[in-house]
Design a binder for this molecule. Structure first.
Ligand SMILES: Cc1cc2nc3c(=O)[nH]c(=O)nc-3n(C[C@H](O)[C@H](O)[C@H](O)COP(=O)(O)OP(=O)(O)OC[C@H]3O[C@@H](n4cnc5c(N)ncnc54)[C@H](O)[C@@H]3O)c2cc1C
Length: 373
């Protein structure tokens, strides 16, 4: 059977693939978005919803700049998606705080933030270390265990499920072809000439983007690329709705647009194990109740675990294949935060056929020690 031909194929319908697919479609490319389906691991449906800048890129200022650029694109992205789909992404960017529960944590955080500012150079990095008395005016009901926090004005949060749905709806409304139950099982690659087979049919295009999350590790070598990503488990707890009480998100406690309080999220190296772990959930709840004792009065109504898409150094991987030009890959563990960059900065580069040199430090060749040496 002849494959369906298009200008571009994107493999993976999570936040990363959907953002890139929409960006490609907006640049006039006939784009097919292939997704494995409900049994796949999907970080995009299990995350914490932060649009977060302040802890990104210590020792890698290019990642700080990319993240900040993405946070800067978010208001336009949210407004555009709301206009096109009618969905409210509940974006708020009032700044955010990382709470410290001991003097040791506060000093460590202060050191990290000072280093981030020094590394930012001319690009600047605004932050403040805030002591508990001032913080109590900013965050009602703060617990006595909190000694202080770091604050940056760049941070915020949004509804990740609304984001995912809006990206899909806008893509389809724009004429993009979304194909579910389409796990890529076989592929052929030649420069600017790619073919893939799926249970939903065969597809061919001169451009292909691997955005399959943890699936990229296995797909990338078929296209002369590398995506050495591993799963890292995170667990999230959600309380019943409360009156509006938290004016800004913290790294581990945030109030959603619906009023629920999300408590998160752990970082566990347990492979592909997506079971929940009561001791980890208890620790998440314990820290949340130390930060905001009133959280202890609310019932937990939902909890889940999901797997992050993590590179060895925790930074994104973006590449175009040297062997098979036209094949690109995108991998990251901050797909909510980076949605602005993926839809509005990365996709135009892919549409134009070349990644901007600003993305050179994100190549997977950084893990190739003999070559790098
Ligand atoms: C607990 C937790 C908290 C998080 N909190 C935040 C946060 O606060 N802020 C933030 O910015 N990020 C956060 N993240 C990270 C964010 O969720 C991910 O970066 C993002 O979802 C990754 O999206 P993705 O599209 O790369 O991967 P996924 O969402 O995993 O999607 C990959 C898709 O590829 C498809 N696929 C896989 N293999 C194939 C194949 N062979 N063929 C076809 N399709 C395939 C799958 O069906 C799947 O839909 C968090 C993650 C977790 C787990």
């Amino acid at each position: 059977m002849n494959p369906r031909r298009s200008d571009a194929i994107v493999i993976g319908g999570g936040l990363v693939g959907a953002a890139i697919a929409l960006g490609l479609r907006d640049h006039g490319l006939d784009t097919v978005l292939l997704d494995e389906g409900d049994i796949a691991h999907r970080a995009s449906r299990g995350n914490f919803g932060l649009v977060w800048v302040q802890s990104k890129g210590l020792g890698a200022p290019w990642y700080q700049r990319w993240t900040r650029g993405s946070a800067g694109e978010w208001p336009a992205l949210a407004a555009d998606l709301a206009t096109r789909t009618g969905l409210d992404l509940a974006l708020q960017q009032p700044g955010g705080v990382h709470l410290c529960l001991s003097e040791e944590e506060f000093e460590d955080r202060a050191g990290r933030m000072a280093r981030m500012q020094a590394e930012a150079g001319n690009h600047g990095f605004d932050y403040r270390m805030i002591r508990a008395p001032e913080l109590r005016d900013m965050l009602p009901g703060l617990g006595p265990s909190v000694v202080g926090a770091s604050f940056t004005p760049y941070d915020g949060h949004a509804s990740p499920l609304a984001l995912l749905q809006a990206l899909h709806r806008a893509f389809v409304a724009q004429g993009g072809a979304y194909v579910p139950e389409a796990k890529v099982t076989a592929a052929t690659a030649a420069p600017h000439d790619f073919g893939v087979e799926t249970p939903a049919g065969a597809f061919a295009a001169p451009r292909i983007v691997l955005a399959a999350g943890l699936g990229n590790a296995e797909l990338a070598p078929r296209f002369g690329l590398a995506a050495p990503v591993r799963p890292q488990r995170g667990q999230v707890l959600v309380t019943e709705r409360a009156r509006p009480v938290l004016p800004m998100p913290t790294t581990t406690v945030r109030q959603t647009g619906e009023g629920t309080i999300m408590l998160g999220d752990s970082m566990e190296e347990v492979g592909f194990d997506i079971r929940q772990s009561p001791p980890v959930m208890a620790e998440i709840a314990r820290r949340a109740a130390l930060s905001f004792p009133w959280v202890g009065d609310l019932s937990i109504v939902r909890a889940w675990s999901a797997l992050r898409v993590m590179a060895p150094d925790g930074l994104p991987i973006y590449d175009q294949s040297e062997r098979f030009p036209g094949a690109f890959t995108a991998n990251c563990h901050s797909g909510v935060t980076l949605a602005g960059a993926h839809a509005r900065m990365l996709a135009p580069m892919i549409a134009a056929g070349a990644l901007d040199p600003m993305l050179d430090p994100f190549t997977a060749r950084r893990f190739d020690v003999p070559r790098a040496a």
